[in-house]
Ligand binder design. Sequence first.
Ligand code: GEK
Length: 243
Amino acid sequence: MNSQQDKIYAHAADQITDFQFDQRVAGVFNDMIRRSVPGYAQIINTLGDFAHRFVTPNSNVYDLGSSLGSATLSIRRQIEGRDCQIFAIDNSQSMIDRCKENLTAYVSDTQVNLLCADIRDINIENASMVVLNFTLQFLPVNDRNALIKRIYEGLLPGGVLVISEKLFFEDTQIQTLLDEQHLDFKRANGYSELEISQKRSALENVMRPDSLTIHQQRLNDNGFSHFSVWFQCFNFASMVAIK
Ligand code: GEK
């Protein structure tokens, strides 16, 4: 997948506006997410492995907040011949346009329905797998429970939900430690102090991480009976919940 290098916050801006998934971000997104999210490539690959295990014939798969389609592509490769449909949904038209190009670059017999829509408004049904790969953290906090409830209702028994998120830690010492380690990861990937601090300001009102306790509680409250973190690097984690 082609991507320009992310230089969006490389120059000092007079004013930092809230982060948006616009055309500029969509153009550099692959580079941005790989240099900003520790473990991203491993998580994407493993989503394919989960799909191989959990996706049942004639069922639906939902990739909620699909961006450029990395998760969808990884899943699609593992479920050929199962007569499934993937619903890849994002409310950024710029992401959808680029995602379409990425998906059509590969041949597949699995239908992908690419929709520009708010994930709070879509129907979820007959699902054997739902993915929220770094998307839930961008929803208003008060809307998260309702989405998890609808996902649970739309999943088939034995179906899987994978949620990857940046985590918040109530223990301030741990929060500071893991946050610093994440910043070191970004520095090691070539981001300057200016880029790091401007991006941080842009995300402040837009991305609100929950703690692991809140995630687990929300999943339990909505009926998921099996839950575990399956991956963690610093303050980034991926969780698996089974209906
Ligand atoms: C990946 N999953 O590469 N409805 C639909 N889409 C939304 C909404 C919403 N309410 N809110 C945010 N988005 C991807 C990465 S990025 C994560 C996901 C990140 C979309 C938004 O447009 C963006 O494309 C995506 O969720 C979040 O595996 O940038 O850290």
